[in-house]
Design a protein around this ligand. Sequence first.
Ligand code: C6P
Length: 408
Amino acid sequence: MSFNVQQIRKDFPILDREVHPGVKVIYLDSTATSQKPESVIEAMNTFYRRSNANIHRGVHVLAEESTAMYEQARVKIAKFINAPSAHQIIYTRNTTESINLVAYTWARANLKSGDLIILTEMEHHSNLVPWHMLAAERGVRLEFIPVMDDGLLDLDVYRSLLFQGPKLVSFTHMSNVLGTINPAAEMIQMAHEAGALTVLDAAQSVPHLKVDVQKLDVDFMAFSAHKMCGPTGIGALYGKTTLLEAMPPFLGGGDMIKEVKLRSFKPTTIPSKFEAGTPAIAESVGFGAAVDYLSSIGMEEVSAHEHEMIEYALERLEEIPGLKIFGPTADKKGGVASFTFDGIHPHDVAQILDRHGIAVRAGHHCAQPLHEKFGITATTRASFYLYSTKDEVDKLVEGIYKVKKVFG
Ligand code: C6P
């Protein structure tokens, strides 16, 4: 079936919402969180109506059913990113928690003072602060691959940093501000040749691109369900089996143990070893339904549509005098357009757009160092997903001209 955006829009009930009398929402904030299709909402509703029970704990019908649903979703997620096995998918709360899990377990077990971690200047705070905290505690060193004016990483500097023998390279697959899609496979291979492990922040790539962990050969990968048509409150960490097995647990409590004595415990096997306490069960079902939904459309189709959207958006936005877009050309980026406009504060731009039903985000988008690099404190960001249309881009452009009118 060919990609039909109008048909797809019908799957998302919220897109019919009037946010002001007679004004339907134009949702251009999917990079913050995506909207949810009916099938995901319904899967979670049905779970609560029919199958709700705690997992791994009961022998009754409902407990067995909910446990099976929780584990089936894990199998779907594994398949979606081509993980060799479902036990390599650890459920977490989100990308942030997934990265913290690696920082608190693998890194604290394996890194010592003076060891080098390479990051990039375009990282989201969730791939910076956990490493800052580790640096303060352990004295590990952090170095950063620079972002060039065109929004691409300077791979020559990366190559030279690799000569310093890093232990870990952790970077974003796709920037949530610039939209830059980094050459992950090449960067991971370079890291491995230098003897380093890799963490990929895939919060913005798994929802928008076909991502194959085996092709990438990545060691750890973090992503969130809420950015890929799924619910909030659940995400995943993918890891290579040998690494996950060797890592100490993260949080302690129920479900992550094999045996507990008054003065000791033995952790259980992966993935449960990292899933202490009652997890987000209904959300796992929603996560599985989101993966089913995206798979039924096809990730190649999703990214092709977004590519068409960003090409059109850049073309239209570039016509506007005084508007400056950050990031690379459309061929090197996903569906994200961050911009400044004519000295008007990005929050004011976003607020006036909101009056016309256009939802965009303004601020530093949790990437303060990146904004600082470009000598600014904030941008207005429009972002696109599989349900976005060219008509919405046209409305955005009209809205920006209205902003100009308000500010004279
Ligand atoms: N970016 C944005 O509006 P969480 O919040 O844990 O689900 O995802 C964190 C995260 C990590 N890496 C990247 C590249 C991201 O874009 C995000 C989330 C949102 O840009 C919320 S700040």
